[in-house]
Design a binder for this molecule. Structure first.
Ligand code: SF4
Length: 336
């Protein structure tokens, strides 16, 4: 359904050229739930903003690559074609529920406008005026919005419809945003750390609701998260990203059973356990993208580093069914 191939995105910054995404390839099949995980600053949000074509350019620049959605090249589409696709075919759930709704309009105004004009790039004043007298259309949009809010288990949807965003809790705003994302009956949902800005109990409720909706509607989902626990609960396959490179790809169960890349191993070791015990972090931080480390970008933080790692970038090689890893430790295994 979605295929990203050899995507390179650079930023022109004061210090020079920041090579943020450096040959990223990933895919999401129909009805599949996939996570893209990694530390903050590893390039996850740039990846999805590029897929959705909402990355500010400049300073961003797509240097190479293809983004295909159902066989159509998103990078070759006009703004008008993208508008027709975004929201309808591909929906997006943003990270910050409290700042993603417009504070000066009620939920009703925002939601019914979205339903009535979704997919349109430009609307003339004449058309707007004509539609403002269309009572039946307004009523249908109101009913559709209300039923979508009800499906998100919102206890008093009429009150929520008449509220301004400031009158809603973070959890309620997040539910409204998910309902809005599903308004166009999309086939692919891109979710950018949904619920991370909320307390853990509300986040869990939101994720469970989202999971239910995804299963009922048989949606394909690309979750962006730094939280491996969320990725484990919500998805069937995981891509691990480090400093603009995909370093490991595996079915979720397999990745947690046997993580192979030293970075993935470090991420999993840094998850606090209910049984207690020492939590191991990864020393160091994401590198500078203007002058990234040569060879394997993880080498300054890797305890298994070898000479070759400083010189040659490792390729993603298959090491098992659906399992690929980019690390010189496994190159011999991958070539077998
Ligand atoms: Fe570590 Fe080398 Fe593997 Fe990179 S390629 S993760 S530095 S062992």
């Amino acid at each position: 359904m979605l295929e990203v191939e050899d995507l390179r995105v650079y930023f022109d910054v004061f210090e020079g050229e920041a090579r943020v995404l450096d040959s990223v390839s990933l895919h999401v099949d129909e009805g599949e739930t996939v996570a893209l995980v990694g530390e903050t600053g590893c390039g996850k949000s740039v990846t999805i903003k590029t897929i959705l074509r909402i990355l500010p350019m400049p300073p961003g620049r797509i240097v190479s690559g293809h983004i295909m959605y159902k066989g159509r090249d998103l990078l070759a589409m006009s703004e008008e074609e993208l508008h027709a696709l975004r929201g309808r075919e591909i929906a997006f759930i943003p990270q910050e529920p409290m700042s993603s709704l417009n504070p000066v309009f009620t939920v009703e105004e925002q939601f019914t406008e979205l339903i009535r004009w979704q997919g349109r790039y430009r609307v003339s004043w004449l058309e707007r005026l004509a539609k403002s007298f269309d009572g039946a259309g307004k009523r249908a949009a109101w009913e559709r919005a209300l039923s979508l809010l009800e499906k998100m288990n919102i206890p008093d949807p009429v009150r929520v419809m008449r509220s301004y965003p400031v009158e809603l809790s973070g959890g309620m705003s997040q539910r409204v945003l998910i309902a809005m994302a599903l308004a166009g009956n999309p086939s692919l949902l891109i979710a950018d750390e949904p619920g991370t800005a909320l307390d853990v109990t509300t986040q869990e409720q939101i994720l469970q609701l989202l999971k239910q909706r995804v299963e009922t509607e048989k949606l394909a989902v690309l979750y962006i998260t730094h939280n491996l626990g969320v990725a484990r609960e919500m998805t069937r396959r995981i891509y691990v990203m480090y400093a603009g490179h995909i370093v490991e790809e595996a079915p979720t169960v397999e990745l947690f059973r046997e993580p192979r890349h030293p970075y993935t191993q470090g991420l999993i070791a840094s998850i606090p356990k209910l049984t207690g015990g020492e939590v191991m972090g990864i020393e160091g931080r994401i590198p500078d993208y203007v002058d990234p480390p040569s060879g394997c970008r993880f080498h300054p933080r890797c305890e298994h580093v070898m000479d070759v790692c400083r010189e040659i970038r490792p390729k993603l090689v298959p090491i098992g069914p659906g399992h690929r890893v980019a690390c010189h430790l496994y190159e011999a295994e991958g070539s077998n």
